[in-house]
Write a protein that binds this ligand. Structure first.
Ligand SMILES: Nc1ncnc2c1ncn2[C@@H]1O[C@H](COP(=O)(O)OP(=O)(O)O)[C@@H](O)[C@H]1O
Ligand SMILES: [Mg+2]
Length: 282
């Protein structure tokens, strides 16, 4: 790992209120985090905490109302138009839903070829790169001629990963990339992401609500609670002996293999719930 690749400093995002009398809604309250080249930063928090909004701000899909986003020492907070399109080479994304994220009428070969053609890669070179990408994500070479509907959810997510890797990005924003998959498929896709990182030094901003997934893949972990980071640190530390009560609570909600441990956590979770009920009654 070498220096900082992505640096987010005091990021604020406010959405306009829906309807006439609805007040604007601040979703991120000054979030600061960074991702080093070749590193995986896991971003974890419950649904609605603002994880996707952070990813979308990095991708230029939502406008920050405050703060700064720097990529490879360049301020990209408000990059738009040609500058933003140029960034797509370096910053790619994999979304949660492998069913809606692939154009159903394009073959896998066309889906993977598109970003290469945009880059001006010639047909012959593109075909060679598509074959290599399929191999890299563990799909058969003859997949190129087939359509997304011929593939399972896990295979489609491999296609989405291959498409993200096609322009040889430095950073991939992975927004809940395994959350729609069953547990054994999840594990294989996570292992694939780790292998790819080892071979290419790509960095991941890896977003998930699931601390057990985050623990598996991350070097460092940042914990988001209602638009504020409450804890950032080494993955082993944050996911085993967290400092913040909210992180401890996420930890208790994460699935574990051991039934006795499962039972212990269930009881502890109930104690949290009771304490919260006491607090809101008070
Ligand atoms: N385009 C939008 N317009 C208005 N509110 C939004 C928009 N996108 C997200 N939100 C709100 O911002 C909050 C955070 O959403 P999100 O970033 O998707 O959270 P997460 O990914 O952690 O589940 C939620 O309350 C959500 O309703
Ligand atoms: Mg989300």
């Amino acid at each position: 790992m070498t220096g900082t690749l992505l640096d987010i400093d005091g990021l604020e995002v406010t959405f306009p209120g829906r309807g006439l009398r609805c007040r604007p809604h601040q979703v991120l309250h000054g979030v600061s985090l960074d991702v080093a080249a070749g590193e995986t930063l896991g971003l974890v928090g419950e649904s609605g905490s603002g994880k996707t909004t952070i990813g979308r701000a990095v991708l230029g899909l939502v406008k920050p109302s405050g703060g700064r986003i720097t990529f490879a020492d360049v301020d990209i907070t408000h990059a738009a138009g040609a500058r933003r399109r140029a960034l797509a080479r370096d910053i790619q994304v994999v979304f949660q839903d492998p069913y809606s994220s692939l154009n159903p009428s394009l073959t896998i070969g066309d889906i993977l070829g598109e970003p290469l053609v945009v880059q001006g890669v010639g047909r012959k070179e593109a075909n060679a790169r598509i074959t290599a990408l399929l191999d890299q994500v563990g799909l058969p070479v003859n997949s190129a001629a087939r359509l997304p509907r011929e593939f399972s959810g896990g295979q489609r997510q491999r296609v989405a990963i291959a498409r993200a890797l096609a322009p040889r990005p430095k950073l991939v924003v992975c927004d809940e990339p395994v959350s729609a998959l069953d547990l054994s498929t999840q594990r294989r896709v996570l292992e694939l992401l780790v292998d790819i990182q080892r071979d290419t030094q790509v960095a991941y901003l890896f977003i998930s609500h699931d601390l057990s997934v985050i623990r598996h893949i991350s070097h460092r972990v940042a914990v988001l609670y209602r638009g504020d980071l409450v804890e950032t640190g080494e993955a082993a530390k944050v996911t085993a002996t967290p400092d913040h009560p909210y992180t401890r609570r996420l930890l208790l909600a994460a699935p574990v293999a051991d039934p006795a441990e499962q039972q212990r956590r269930r009881e502890e979770r109930w104690r949290f719930a009771e304490r919260d009920a006491d607090r809101s009654a008070a």
